[in-house]
Design a protein around this ligand. Structure first.
Ligand code: CU
Length: 313
């Protein structure tokens, strides 16, 4: 009687699980990601490993606990009014179920710190970029690269132009982040990484330097991830990761004077000149500029405007 019920239950559970696994159309790799997005840096991959194994550990504990709960439900149903054997205040048992979770926490902590150290690790950088955030845009400066005017190569965003942060693949890129006004946060979803940006980081005693290596060429949207004012949501930029040789050509161009304008090559002009296909598109392809219309929206003068930009006030 109990046997058949248990077998039937096992069949239903088994079938449900099988349908769940096959009907989702996930690959083994996707299943083992447990929902973790695909990153483009070794740092992101290391965090993914931590996530996968933490989830596996949680599942092992979960399956064990479900088993311990279901076992009495199935096999130890009430048979008579006699009170079953009581086992509370069992010191060895209590020591075990206090000790085991503590060990689990220690192991998780050990691997979490390992992954964090890997992500925060700094070695000798191949390229350094000063990333400066301001309400509500970005400047990317290459402090070691000077143009013919003796100024560092720099890209600044505006209401008309999304700034492009052009970096090489397969090389160590160092980002030194800071803010000109309020708190912002550097966030590139494909890096699976973000970090708050403070004004005058050296005075704030904040670690404003991090590094990564980008695995593959591409255009990746970047965002501000700290609510920094009315147009916070429009404060986007784009990472353009180019093959190392192409990146070198890009920097060379940025240092030279564009004869048709008489000024140093801008990011867009240099990319257009390199003409490497989609990744050399002179304007952003992952996001578009937003006119902050600060004058039109200010409270002093100007008519009431029901446009898209007024919602944040
Ligand atoms: Cu911001």
């Amino acid at each position: 009687m109990v046997r058949t019920r248990v077998t039937r239950l096992a069949k239903v559970v088994g079938l449900t699980g099988l349908v769940g696994l096959t009907a989702t159309g996930c690959s083994v790799d996707e299943v083992l990601r447990f929902g973790w997005p695909t990153g483009i840096t070794p740092q992101a991959e290391r965090m993914r490993e931590l996530w996968t194994w933490s989830t596996v550990a949680a599942l092992v504990v979960g399956v064990l606990m479900w088993g311990l709960m279901l076992w009495p439900v199935v096999f130890h149903r009430k048979k008579s009014d006699e009170l079953p054997r009581q086992t509370q205040y069992n010191l060895p048992l209590e020591l075990i179920y206090t000790g085991v979770p503590f060990v689990i926490i220690l192991v998780l902590f050990y691997f979490a710190v390992g992954a964090q150290d890997f992500v925060n690790d700094e070695t000798e950088a191949d390229v350094s970029v000063d990333v400066v955030a301001f309400q509500w845009n970005w400047e990317f400066r290459y402090p070691d690269e000077q143009n013919q005017q003796g100024q560092p190569v720099s890209t600044v965003g505006s209401s008309e132009v999304i700034p492009l942060l052009v970096v090489p693949t397969q090389r160590v890129v160092e980002y030194r982040i800071s803010s000109k006004d309020v708190l912002h946060s550097f966030f590139v979803p494909d890096f699976l990484f973000k970090r708050d940006m403070f004004p005058r980081p050296e005075k704030n005693n904040s670690d404003n330097v991090f590094q990564n290596v980008i695995d593959r060429p591409g255009a990746f949207v970047g965002r501000c991830a700290e609510l920094c004012g009315t147009y916070h949501a429009m404060m986007n930029f784009e990472v353009r990761a180019l093959e190392p040789d192409l990146f070198d050509d890009y920097l060379d161009l940025r240092k030279r004077t564009n004869l048709s304008t008489g000024a140093p090559y801008s990011a867009g002009e240099a990319l257009a000149e390199l003409d490497c296909g989609e990744l050399c598109t002179p304007t952003a392809i992952t996001t578009r500029p937003f006119d902050t219309r600060r004058d039109a929206n200010s409270f002093t003068g100007g008519s009431a405007d029901s446009g898209a930009g007024s919602g944040g006030n």
